[in-house]
Write a protein that binds this ligand. Structure first.
Ligand code: GUN
Length: 282
């Protein structure tokens, strides 16, 4: 079975749109998400455009602030401070990666925790690892939603995550653990990676290398979640971290690229924006 993140996210966004329609009468306005884009990295531009489109579909107010690559760290921090103080702003997202002269951690820490729709602030990360209420990072949250929507039983399963980034690998490992999977985190230094991945009943791949996972690395009947967004060096088309054509016949469930994890990430960003809006009103 191929899980369509595109279809699932369309359904969820339609539900959110109905919910947001009730907000002006209840709260006087709709949620407001501010996205900051520094520079013009084509992938980042495309992600930010996707976020603006999804906001429009859900009825969330979206402001995209575009700044040149040459912006200083101090200028960026000033913008964030102003947004933190602005009561009409519910969510702040700084698109990553940032130029090398800007300290990403400093920027993430500057965002008010209550407006951190990415769930990247150290206080949100700490809350996640302590199983306290928090804003969940969008991609890991979307992955768990997809698994559940596909009827995949997670509890007791052997899950292998390839990748240990703060954005995906580490938090999705924690969420799988919270769902009672037995989790292994593999990475670029893992020895005999194929031996490890063949043990996986659920395999989540987030390494950012086109078609890195080949059919021989996947067990028959495995559930395969592909987080990669790459250009196929041969065709120039979008492709994931797994060789979809070769693995799809073996897998019991698999996500496509495009149309898999990507749309669910954006969908969860919309959910997080609504959550932050509602929490700030309580
Ligand atoms: N760059 C790649 N993925 C993400 C994400 O989920 N959030 C932000 N802010 N930047 C990203």
């Amino acid at each position: 079975m191929v899980i369509s993140g595109k279809e699932l996210s369309a359904r969820l966004k339609a539900e959110m749109a109905e919910q947001v329609k009730t907000f002006p009468a209840k709260y006087g306005r709709v949620p407001h998400l501010v996205v900051i884009l520094v520079g013009d990295n084509p992938a980042s531009v495309s992600y930010v455009t996707g976020k603006a489109k999804a906001s429009e579909a859900v009825g969330i107010r979206n402001t995209t602030i575009r700044k040149p690559e040459s912006i200083t760290e101090a200028e960026l921090l000033d913008i964030i401070t102003a947004l933190n103080l602005d009561d009409e702003v519910d969510g702040i997202l700084v698109q990553l990666p940032l130029p090398k002269h800007i300290d990403e951690n400093k920027v993430i820490e500057a965002i008010d925790k209550s407006k951190d729709v990415d769930g990247f602030h150290p206080l949100n990360v700490a809350a996640l690892w302590q199983k306290q209420p928090c804003t969940l990072p969008c991609t890991p949250k979307g992955i768990i939603q997809m698994l559940k929507a596909a009827g995949v039983e997670i509890a007791g399963k052997r899950a292998v995550v390839i990748g240990r980034s703060n954005i995906v690998g580490l938090p999705v490992s924690k969420l799988l653990l919270d769902e009672n999977a037995t989790v292994t985190i593999a990475h670029s230094r893992t020895r005999n990676l194929g031996e490890v991945t063949r043990q996986a009943e659920i395999l989540v791949v987030a390494i950012g290398r086109p078609k890195f996972v080949t059919a021989d690395m996947v067990a028959d009947g495995a559930v395969v979640i592909d987080v990669g967004v790459n250009r196929d060096p041969e065709t120039g088309k979008l492709c994931g971290d797994v060789d979809f054509a070769a693995i799809e016949p073996k897998a019991s469930v698999i996500t496509p690229v495009p149309g898999g994890v990507g749309p669910m990430t954006i969908c969860c960003l919309m959910e997080n924006t609504i959550e932050c809006f509602l929490k700030r009103r309580r």
